[in-house]
Ligand binder design. Structure first.
Ligand code: UD1
Length: 353
């Protein structure tokens, strides 16, 4: 492959693309970077480019927020002329966000090969928009880079040819390993000595006022034993305000840059989340994670890692938190190939093609 085009758009893409861009640059391969602009707030986008040393995008489509259909349609409309002009040998797409599947659809129609980084993950829950994005993107992809062996099994079961599947490990962990020393050097001034770190943004948790209120009330109940530190996604911030929820016992913060958030994750007693990537990062760090979802597309974080699915069972959330406050924590180990060299494996495969 002589010319590789990358598409990123939303916060979780940046830590995945950064090491692959670096690995390919070191091998002297020509690259084009497209940012769709799905995430556009400084704290949701620019700070990640700075910290992860991602080069300035060649194109920013500046699509912004909209309904899923409109957002994807706008990405496709603005991305197509770039692909026609640049004619890459392959387009790499990352993860499961709207930008990922929109870019894959454009390339599939133009007969440009597609590589999917973080292929094969399945929650088997089609109410999650990301599950649709994952299934469609994998179906359209010619090269499937998987983070764990359960992903290989899913793809094989769906009839994907074995030769397309490459088990390379978790590329986001490459970024984590690179920036963990800097995160550990961060000062802890201003943060409580013992704290739980919370992130919430999934529509199923934050779009329904009663659900969001119940979750935050459960956290407030344990906040006497453990301070609750909560960097708030813009979507969640809007909902908390709209529903008039009382958050005075929680430490609400703006969305955080990567290194600062990593320093909090590494020091937290427990992380409570509905994010996908954070389930993986806590598993690597050995920090207990309580996931506010019924299922996960990352089952390895439960089977070998530190993750526990608490779903919408608020009593379970409180009892698991109380166990942790009293020092009873789930132990885990890092899965195979979550070792900081995933991007090298990806770059080697692409260089040989
Ligand atoms: C997206 C991804 C999700 C990922 C999450 C991480 C999809 C379907 N979802 O969800 O998988 O876990 O990113 O953050 O792609 N907003 C801002 N500023 C921004 C970005 C968003 O204010 O820079 C607000 C807007 O009101 C927007 C809302 O957040 O409507 C949701 O943004 P969107 O990109 O649609 O989805 P996320 O919830 O961020």
């Amino acid at each position: 492959m002589n010319h590789i085009l990358h598409v990123v758009g939303a916060r979780p893409n940046f830590g995945k693309a950064a090491p692959v861009l670096r690995g390919l640059r070191q091998r002297g391969i020509r690259q084009t970077l497209v940012h769709t602009g799905q995430h556009y707030d400084r704290n949701m986008s620019d700070v990640f480019f700075d910290e992860l040393e991602i080069p300035e995008p060649d194109f920013n489509l500046e699509v912004g927020s909209a309904s899923h259909a409109s957002q994807k349609a706008e990405i496709m409309r603005r991305f197509e002329p770039i692909v026609l002009e640049r004619k890459p040998d392959i387009t790499l797409v990352y993860g499961d966000v709207n930008s990922t599947v929109a870019a894959a659809l454009v390339c599939a129609k133009l007969l440009i090969p597609i590589g999917h980084v973080e292929a094969g993950l399945r929650s088997f829950d089609r109410t999650m928009p990301e599950e649709i994005n994952r299934m469609v993107t994998d179906r359209l992809s010619d090269v499937l880079f998987t983070p764990s062996e359960d992903a290989d099994a899913n793809l094989l079961r769906e009839g994907m040819p074995k030769e397309r599947i490459h088990f390379v490990g978790n590329v986001m962990i490459d970024s984590l390993i690179r920036l963990l020393p800097a995160a550990r050097r961060r000062s802890t001034n201003g943060f409580p000595a013992r704290f739980a770190l919370v992130t919430l943004h999934r529509p199923s948790n934050v779009d329904n006022g009663e659900n969001l209120r119940q979750i935050l009330e459960s956290l407030t109940r344990v906040s006497k034993g453990l301070s609750i530190v909560f960097p708030v996604h813009p979507r969640t911030r809007q909902r908390v305000a709209a529903f008039g929820i009382d958050t005075q016992n929680l430490h609400l913060l703006d969305p955080m840059p990567y290194v600062e958030f990593l320093s909090l994750q590494a020091r937290a007693e427990v992380v409570i989340t509905d994010s996908g990537g954070i389930q993986e990062e806590t598993t690597y760090l050995g920090v207990p994670c309580l996931t506010l979802r019924q299922n996960t597309e990352r089952p390895i974080t439960v089977t070998t890692g530190t993750n526990i699915l608490v779903g919408d069972d608020r009593k379970l959330l409180v009892s698991e938190l109380e166990k942790i406050v009293h020092g009873k924590k789930k132990e885990g180990i890092a899965p195979p190939f979550w070792d900081g060299h995933t991007s090298d494996r990806i770059a080697d495969i692409l260089q040989r093609m």
